[in-house]
Design a protein around this ligand. Structure first.
Ligand code: ADP
Length: 222
């Protein structure tokens, strides 16, 4: 089963993707994570994307489609979760072609609905563990007082993303509304779209997603 998690920055796509990896053995393909790795590797491509990402703009379709193509070729028994991809119509078309060419299907597109005020609050309060990527939030899930990650136990290695500031976030939201949000209509028309309420507690969102994936909810558009 291959699925897309679709939603604005801060909607909780990464958190939900991690849960699906743990519980269903799916493989998470986060273009944001891949690009951050490329950035840290100091390669020529990495240097090119670093500046674009810091500003909150989108990296070129060519680069991200190339990254996804490589991963799809490796295959995944439990299926892929596309997290942060596609972000443009060209990327969505390319994903369709790539899946067709490997004989794979796209089984669900889960749109995560969150209001914009909540997004800004979530993102500016966000940090992640440098050891395992566990996500913390200053308000709803603070870093433990002993400084140890609750997931992997690593001590005092919490990071804030360079683009998790108000200025970059404004650009990221604008990029989302200008270039990505129409993918909701695109997948609705293809008959793949389901909505979940991204404002709920993490566990409640997990349940809603499970219902969609296990057929409890009609994923058609009829
Ligand atoms: P968020 O969803 O919180 O904005 P991501 O980690 O998915 O965070 O993405 C961070 C940045 O990486 C984006 O702002 C953009 O610069 C770049 N990026 C990630 N995925 C894509 C993509 N599919 N196409 C273009 N740029 C991307």
């Amino acid at each position: 089963m291959n699925i897309i998690l679709l939603g604005p920055p801060g909607a909780g796509k990464g958190t939900q993707a991690r849960h699906l990896v743990e519980t269903r053995g799916m493989v998470q393909l986060s273009t944001g994570d891949m690009l951050r790795e490329a950035k840290d590797s100091g390669t020529e491509m990495g240097n090119r994307v670093a500046e674009v990402m810091a500003k909150g703009e989108l990296v070129t379709d060519e680069i991200v489609i190339g990254l996804i193509r490589e991963k799809l070729e490796q295959g995944a028994k439990g299926g892929f979760i596309f997290d942060g991809f596609p972000r443009t119509l060209a990327q969505a078309d390319a994903l369709g072609d790539l899946l067709n060419s490997t004989g794979e299907t796209l089984d669900a597109v889960i749109a995560m609905e969150v209001n914009d005020d909540a997004l800004v609050e979530r993102i500016t309060a966000r940090s992640t563990c440098g050891g395992c990527g566990e996500v913390y939030n200053d308000v709803t899930k603070p870093i433990p007082a002993d400084g140890k990650c609750t997931n992997c136990g690593k001590e005092n290695d919490f990071k804030r993303r360079a683009d998790d500031n108000e200025e970059s976030l404004k650009t990221r939201l604008m990029e989302y509304y200008k270039k990505t949000s129409m993918l909701i209509g695109y997948y609705y028309a293809k008959g793949n779209l389901s909505w979940v309420d991204g404002l709920g507690e993490i566990g409640a969102v997990q349940n809603e997603i499970s219902q969609v994936l296990d057929g409890g909810v009609d994923v058609g558009n009829g």
